[in-house]
Design a protein around this ligand. Sequence first.
Ligand code: NAD
Length: 495
Amino acid sequence: MKGYGNFINGKDDFEGKEYQIRSPIDGSIITTGIMGGPEQTRRAIDVAYDAFPKWEKFTLSSRRKILEKLVEIFEERSEEYAVLESRNTGKTMRQSTFMDVNIAAQHIRYFSQTKVFKEKRKIIHPEFPGSYGIVENVPMGVIGAISPWNVPLLMAIWKIVPAILAGNTVVLKPSHYTPLTTFELARDFTKAGLPDGVLNVVNGEGHVVGKELAQSTKIRGLSFTGSTRTGKEVSRNASGTIKKVVMELGGKSPNIVMGDADIEKAAKGIMFGIFLHSGQLCESGSRLMVHKSVKEKLLSTLSGYMEKMRPGNPMDMETDISAITTEDQKRKIEGMVGKAFSEGARADYRKKVKGSVPEGGYYVDPMIMTGISEDMEISREEVFGPVLAVTEFNSEREALDMANNSEYGLAAGIWSEDYRKALRFAGNLKAGTVWINDYHLISAAAPRGGFKNSGIGRELGAEGIYEFTESRHIFVSDKENDLLEMSFGLVNSGD
Ligand code: NAD
């Protein structure tokens, strides 16, 4: 079995410590990877640094052509990508196929075609009529990128594709638990014609490879996705240098069911919001807030749907419940659930998975918890697991206060048949994405990111490309005018 080396200067690099990459589905060995060290990371940064001057001269349309070719290659291999993503992360094959890989292709295509990014635009200077300005958005240089283990393929695409479209070169560190589809993507980029050195992938531990990226003075921009705690550490490490830092961090997103909601639809959306990938998604709707008048009906509808959920082998297209990606994460979820029980919470409904899931894998029973108060850890902190914490409200005002009473502000869902009311409510939520009668759907055209401790800056959309650029303003004085005379006269009045 030939495993995965690090991808530096267009080639696999096998220098470093080999380790086994196992599937959380059943503990089986999938392949081997290499833990990158500081020297290898610095080499990758140097390669990206040296590749930049040539790459930034490629025209926007030639960069787009490489992305178009990448989509072709990617789509031909979509099933392989889905299998690898599921085996490595434990998410169900249905999710990998219809969401992650399907959306990945659409997002690469979007960036290959979008015209929202302008390399230059002309502006007028209202104060100086005899002049005009050109604002150029130019690449920054080397972008360092750090991605988490839960959605590795999409996260890699959201960082790499806009960064190279804008003319930057990249060194990306995936999570060492789930690096496989990122390596496949890097290889496919080369097949699509990306010059060697423009994209480099160094696998390894955060406090080694990630730290090196944060501290490097050759890296001009850093795009990090992970937990808020690690985000703070990354900021501290980057603070000895001057670089732009974009952070996509954790969340504790409310899913709010109004008294006038369509309960069947809301119940399906709430299940989707919390149980997709067993709750291991940053925007998971982990706080269910329901109007008192419909609480009982909603909970009984939810438990009916949970009854029908199918645990099984996640590689089977019929299975609904994903594995937990790492053993540490499983322990963390169980610890938080245990603490919630000791504080008085109850599992109103719990779907038992034991006996139906493969031996040797990591699984947690999906559950709906009641008896929750706002100050409990389970309703304040990210569990990153299949645990829905239920609270109730009596008025819109109360719902809004509860929803915004969080250190996080990543996303929220609103379920209501009154769209005007829902839109008004959405406008008062401190969250980067709000879904009305929907959840989890992410468009490449829309900026995505968090308020408060959920992040800084945005990914996707026009914003997600501009984040990877510097703006240069060229001031052109092309006409004689009185203001010019007057301003020069400020230091030269004796003429
Ligand atoms: P994590 O913070 O443990 O790790 C994220 C990445 O940072 C990994 O590649 C890790 O190796 C690296 N890292 C760890 N320590 C580091 C250090 N000191 N310096 C530099 N890099 C370091 O997060 P995770 O457990 O992999 O992922 C789950 C978290 O990611 C959750 O909190 C989730 O909400 C968040 N997330 C956010 C988004 C978003 O878009 N906002 C998307 C997905 C996941």
